[in-house]
Ligand binder design. Sequence first.
Ligand code: GRF
Length: 200
Amino acid sequence: MKRLGILLSGRGSNFEAIANSIEAGKLPGAEIAIVISNRTSARGLEISRSRGIPCVAIPSAGMDRETYDGLLIEKLQEFDVDLICLAGFMRLLSTRFVEAFPQRILNIHPSLLPAFPGLDAQHQAIDYGVKIAGCTVHLVDEFLDSGPIIVQRAVEVRDDDTADTLSARILVEEHQAYTEGIRIIVEGNYRVAGRKVIRG
Ligand code: GRF
């Protein structure tokens, strides 16, 4: 059984989707070991509590990155986590953290990377005028929204889309793409060659 550690900062809808997938038997071989939020008020923590999934807030305010990441590593190891899923975790991770879990950290980003990394990706897409947007599940390296791509899903941008309407349609795809990405990694039927995640 692969034990997942979910890191989040807010709403937690991707976490909820992962929990739903596990419950529905769509992620055999995976269980959520712990949910960690850097914000005590994160809705993701409420979801976790109401589902009986272990969770903890580790507030990051005022702490330097190395110290904070040290706390995260400790907690994740305490819960024997095999795979870390960033699900709206609004912090950059240190090299120390990334090196503690080599190719064992996944992230989801609401754009077709390498387009529009960073904050407000859907807003960036609207402002740029792209016709196709989407989401990306990728392995995490020490750079922002970088790392080998596992799954991408495209979403058509409509002429009357706002950042909000586009975000809502991308989110539906995110919830499916994350489960797909986690399944690939949990099944282990892949290899990483440079920037490529090759299946089979
Ligand atoms: C998602 O759009 C995700 O792609 C991005 O942050 C948002 C988190 O949403 N990294 P939620 O907390 O999972 O609802």
